[in-house]
Structures are given as structure tokens and as C-alpha cells.
Design a protein. Sequence first.
Length: 354
Amino acid sequence: MKKIVLTGGGTAGHVTPNIALLPSLKEAGYEVFYIGSYTGIEKTLIEDLGIPYYGISSGKLRRYRSLKNLSDPFRVLHGLFQAKRLMKKIKPDIVFSKGGFVSVPVVLAAGSRHIPVIIHESDMTPGLANKIAMRKATKICCNFPETLRYLPEGKAVLTGSPIRQELLLGNKAAGLDLCNFTTDKPIILVVGGSTGAVHVNEAVRSILPELLKDFQVVHLCGKGKMDESLNGTPGYVQFEYISEQMRDLFAISSIVISRAGANAICELLALKKPNLLIPLSANASRGDQILNANSFKEHGYSMVLTEEDMNKDTLLAAVRKLYADRHQYIINMEKSEQQDSIDKIMNLIKDNSK
């Protein structure tokens, strides 16, 4: 039985594509191990699946000034030594990395032992972690055709993003029961990402009285970001995070309000869900979500509202227009030639395993 180490963490977007690969990896006979951080969201998600999990020290590689820039390099170095020991212990035939800062020492450790590494870059342009890690990569998978020009020739492969197949199997009755909703009004799903989106949360809550006149709203807020004063509001339910039952929430939703992380928007495309994207501001990120959102807008898959332009009036108007035009967005998404990437990535894993 061949062995594979999966790595990636920090947000659910760096974990869920790895989870999407698990059924195919097991079917192909791979023994799966996971290396992530000590306390990141990846630890809970992976351990719940019964996959052997190893935590290592990790630190964020920042482009801006911070006192943590003095201490985090030592954490990364410690993580590299830990990852090297794990490579010696596990002896994997290949490593698959979904990115995030915890993946850097894992990829570097694999490279030092000449273990093949496949990296997946979901965003339009590579993040800092993958820019460092790609030097040791055997192949680099990407999500957008535009990304190919940013990657080393000979390593880059356009695959798309792995989508959890169970998301396509949602149960409407289970979703309605979970939220205690009826079929009398359409349902809006608000997704702020696994870590939540404060600005999106606040904006949605500011127009909630107006929204609830015509819609029911299920709101995924992020850990620690629920508003307890809204509990029990008819037609509104909030959760910190949903994993297994996410497919049921998608099944009952007519439209979706979401951040523009690459994995999230690829799931919306696969599910043909009309969506309003509110990308993370360039002031709080490197601008990758803005690029992702604009690409989907140009293809007619999404409406886009920037944080800078978002207020009560613009958000409410965008939601109403999206719902009115929802059928056209579905038609546009149905014309998409983007296919799920699991088969393509599995072929790369098989071809490049030692």
C-alpha cells in the first residue's frame, strides 16, 4: 500500500479540497496521513474523519511589520525539523499540499528527502506560502487558466479545484428541519468563511428586518461571531460553522451571499447556485479574492459587491437583483466547461508517486 501525506491549513479552504480527495485516495489504495498545525481548523476536520493527524509548529510569513515576525521564523524552523522527522517516520511515496503557512515546512522537508510533492493553488495568483513551496514541487495544480502564467513552465497543470462530492447530494427536508424553516419563502445562505467575515456579518444583520419580509436567512457567522440577541428571530438562524450538513443548507438555498475564496466559489459553480460575492478588501489581504470574484463576474457566474461599496442600500439592492436574475446566472453556470478536478489530480498523484 502506497502512502500519501496531505497538508494544508489555517482556513477551511486549505483543508476541504484535501478532504474531497480522500474517497478517491482510499479507493486507489493509498494510506493517508495528515500534517497540520497544533490547533488549526484542519486538526478538528481531519481527526473527525479518523485520519492519522500530526501537528507541527507553524508561523505566519508576513509581508507587513509585526513583532511576531521576530518569533515566527523560529516556529517555522522548528516545524521544519518536526516535518523532517515525520517524513523519516512515515516514509510517504508522495505529498499533496493545499497551501497555508503550515504546509511550507512539510513541503520543504519532503523536498529535502526527494519525496515527490504536488501543490494546489486555488487563487488567481500564488500566495506567499506556495511561492516558497513551489521550488520543491514536482507539479503545481491551479484553478484558473490565468494562473498558468505565474507558475514555472513544466510544473504547472490546470486542474480546477476538488469539490466534495457529498455537496451534490443535499437533502432539502433535512435542511429545512435543521433551520426550522418553511417552504413559504425563498432562503438565502450567507457564508462568511470558516473564520467568519465581520463586515459581511454586520452588513447582513443591518438589513435583516428588510430581508425577512421576503426571505428566510441561514447565516454561517464564523467561530465566536454569533449575535446571541438574534437567536429566536423568526425566519433567521445562525451557526458558527457547519461541515457535514452543509450540503443540506446548499440544497434549500435559492441564492448565496459569500466571500470569494477560490474553493467556496468553485463549490457554488458546481452546485449552480446564484451568488453575490463580497471579496475580502485589498486593505485586509493581498487582493486574491477580488481577482477571483472579478473572473467569475466576467463569466456571468456571480454578482460582485466590494466592501468599499457595501452599505445597507447597496447590499439590499444587490440581493433583490440577484434573486430576480437568478435563472440567468444558473444558465450561465450550466454552460461552464469547468469540470471537477479529482480525476486529474488523482492521475498526477499516481503518475508521480515514488
